[in-house]
Structures are given as C-alpha cells and as structure tokens.
Unconditional design. Structure first.
Length: 463
C-alpha cells in the first residue's frame, strides 16, 4: 500500500482486482476500520482509584512451604475496583466506539449491560512494553441524552500472584483504567468522551479476584445500578489521574479469549469422606457458573482440582504457594441467584462444593470452557480408538493452554514457556487456525528479547 496516510477512527472500503500468471482474474471487495493509530489520538487520562497498593509477596523457598496449610484468609488480597463515568449523547447518532485497556484485567458495562464478550482483557501481555487496547462497537448501546459507563478492574497478570512461587506486582502495585469513547453523528460531527477527573470509583461485590487464588464475590454488596445514569452511592470517591503515557499502547491482535464451550457436569457425587464433588469428566480450562437459592449470607465454596484419590475423595494435587483455585460466593438471599466468576479461571476436572443450600443438581451448574477463540481447522480419526483418544487428549490440552498466550498448564504456572510452544506449534496449527494467535505471541517475544539477542524462557516475562 502506497496511498495516502490513513486516519484514525475511520472505515475504509476495499476494492481489488487480482490476476494470476495464467490469465485468471478475480474481484474482491471488503472493508476495515482503523483504531487509534497515533499517540496524539489519545486524549483520555489514565485514572487510578483510591486503593491500598498490592502487596509484594516474598515467596518462601520450596522446601519450606507446606502447601496444604496455606489458607485464603492468610493471603493479602485486594478488592476489585469499580470506575464509572456519565456523559451525554446528542440525537442522530451514526456510530460509536469504546477504546479501553487497564493495568489489571477489566470488564466494561454500558447503561446496565456488559460490553462485548472478551474475557480477561487486555490479555496476558508485557504491560510496560506492549499493552493492547480493545475496540468495542457500542452504537446500539447508547441512547440520546444521559449514558453511563462502568469499568471493573482486578489484578490479573498486572499485579496478581503469578506462577509456581506466587510472585506478585510484576508490573506495578496500583490498578488503573483508560477508556475513550468516539461518537460519530449523521451530520458528520464527532464527539469524544474519555476517562479523567469526571470519573469516580468505589469497591463492590468482588472482594478479591486472582488468577491463581480464585475469586470471592459477596452479592450483598452488589452495585446493581452502577453503570446506569443517575447512580448514587456514599462510597463513591474521586479518582486520581496519572501520566502513564501512551507509547506502549497497541491495538488488540488476534482473536480474543472467550467462553468457547459450555458443559454440564457428568455427575455430582458424595465421596467416602462425605464431600460433594462435581465431575466434569474432562480436564479443562475454565470456571463454573452456578444457580442457587438460599438465606442471606450463605457461603458457597467451589474448590477445583484435576484428580481425586483412588476412593474418589478430593485431593488438592496442584503444587504452588497460592494456587488454591477456590471461588467463593456469598448469597444476598433474594430468590434465584447466579454466580459466574469473571476475573479468574482454573485448570480442573473435579470441583468440591461446600455450603451449597439444598441438594446440588447437575442442572444447577454450567462448566464454561475458556480459551482463545480460534477456528477448528483440522482433525484426526482412525480405526484405532487408542489413537483417537490420544488426539482427543491433544486437542483438549491445546484448548486448555491457549488463554491469550500459549501456556504450559492452565492451573499451576499458566506461563508462556517458549520451549513448550516451540515443540507444539506445528500440531497447534494443524488443529486450529492459530496464525494470528502465534503472531501476537511472537510480537510479545520480540518486545521481550534482550539487547544482545537472547529470548527469555517465558514470554511475557514477569519483571
């Protein structure tokens, strides 16, 4: 392409004629849309809620750790931060976009509804070198007059407890958000809204959320109207703005992480110890969505593991200082309640269920399988069921280890080990259309490469 300089926030139509060396011809038409191509396009400010900085853990030597004795109550955790902004939209809207990212992982809501379906945005990346922003089409979600946007942020890969040793604060200690809204009207006029001093924040039902420890959600503290215009709360407080800059920002590359499949439990049974255990009948990467009715304050605990002992009893088989893989839901006590962890995921087959009021039934639980949403392009089947089972295992291992980057495992380290991927990439590309997925990772690898050439053993490489 050698045409004129492209503009940001602009749709371009494409028409092309293609000829082969055999005289064959074809026509192509399509379109693409640009995001924020230049640093000066960003006018929104990084906003930092008032918060206690994340605690920098000092992992013990492996020989000194008694993993079975570690309790969630003894771990220093941070609550999710909720940021909101109100703005007014004029009549005759043509289109609107949100460009958003965070120090942490985030979810957006607009006028009471979730924006998009991407999980764990902005993804596992080298935050200080290449932090991706996501683009969302919000044309249908806006209304003439008052609108409200809400962003919830949790530690994720930014400052959460990561890896076998449970290191934390890899890139910083404070959660922060950045979002910019571009509105185009039918008369060609543009209007822009962005995060800044007009935002405010508070904490809410997410008492903590960590990719390794798990998530605790207290429904008694839900902020049901947080992303609706006119919301009021005594807990709201001003945010700080920070000059973090925009030079490390880049557009989302490749497919997003999504809930790609849902399963029902194969069975729920009582172990010899009297434990209630859910069996997915498949080791996978994801989380469990539950339906429950009960008294206010009832605490339901979901503990995830890959195996049970020979008698069917729960075994915490995953070794790691903070890899507890435990989700907790506290009921508000008003009719049917639904809990879906939003800021953590686990590698598991079995889930020990504690505190569930009444008899848990398979229809009360939905297993959400999570991975980068790539098209299945290859398969294998033969007359030998052992080889078919091997292919089944390979495919599920691939699904479970493609969450934003190619990982070594979905439960213990969840890290982008380069050696593991180097061996598996040819198989991965046979099973799925993984080109964009690995191109994104190779870009991160280039960002992490040392000045004298070596590539770290893990990409992204936590600092």
């Amino acid at each position: 392409y050698a045409g004129r300089k492209l503009e940001s926030f602009t749709r371009y139509d494409i028409e092309a004629n293609i000829w082969s060396n055999h005289g064959e011809a074809a026509e192509y038409s399509g379109w693409f849309e640009t995001g924020l191509l230049y640093q000066e396009d960003w006018t929104a400010k990084w906003v930092v809620p008032k918060q206690v900085p994340a605690y920098r853990e000092k992992p013990q030597e492996t020989a000194e750790i008694s993993y079975s004795s570690i309790k969630i109550e003894d771990i220093k955790m941070q609550p999710g931060q909720m940021i909101r902004m109100e703005f007014k939209v004029k009549p005759c809207l043509r289109s609107a976009r949100i460009y958003a990212t965070a120090h942490g992982i985030y979810r957006l809501e607009l006028n009471g509804r979730r924006v998009g379906d991407m999980e764990y945005a902005p993804g596992n990346s080298s935050y200080n070198r290449c932090l991706e922003y996501q683009t969302y089409d919000i044309t249908d979600g806006l209304k003439t007059g008052d609108n409200a946007l809400g962003m919830t942020i949790c530690p994720g890969w930014y400052c959460g407890k990561v890896g076998l040793t449970g290191d934390s604060c890899q890139y910083g200690t404070l959660l922060a958000g950045l979002f910019q809204i571009e509105v185009l009207y039918e008369n060609g006029q543009r209007e822009r809204f962005g995060s800044g001093k007009t935002c405010c924040s508070e904490t809410g039902p997410v008492k903590y959320a960590d990719l390794f420890v798990g998530e605790c959600y207290d429904a008694r503290d839900e902020r049901k109207n947080f992303s609706l215009p006119g919301y009021q709360s005594r807990e709201l407080r001003p945010v700080h703005t920070a000059d973090y800059g925009y030079e490390n920002l880049c557009a989302q590359a490749g497919e997003p992480v999504r809930v790609c499949e849902t399963l029902r439990p194969a069975r729920i049974y009582q172990s010899p110890r009297g434990e209630t255990i859910l069996d997915a009948e498949q080791v996978l990467c994801g989380r469990v969505k539950i339906k429950v009715r009960g008294k206010r304050g009832t605490k339901v605990v979901l503990e995830h593991t890959e195996t049970v002992d020979q008698h069917g009893n729960f075994v915490r088989n995953i070794i790691g200082e903070f890899v507890l893989q435990t989700d907790t839901y506290i009921l508000h006590g008003e009719g049917l309640e639904i809990f879906e962890p939003s800021f953590t995921y686990h590698g598991f087959r079995y889930v020990r269920i504690s505190g569930y009021p009444g008899e848990p039934k398979p229809e009360d639980f939905e297993i959400q399988v999570i991975y980068t949403d790539m098209e299945m392009t290859g398969g294998f089947c033969c007359s030998d069921e052992r080889l078919n089972q091997l292919q089944h295992n390979i495919l599920w291992s691939q699904k479970s280890n493609m969450v934003s980057v190619p990982t070594d495992c979905p439960q213990r380290e969840k890290a982008g080990f380069t050696g593991d991927a180097q061996i598996f990439i040819p198989t991965a590309c046979r099973n799925m259309d993984a080109l964009e997925f690995f191109m994104r990772w190779l870009k991160l690898m280039r960002e992490e490469q040392l000045e004298d050439g070596p590539i770290p053993i893990i990409v992204p490489f936590p600092t």
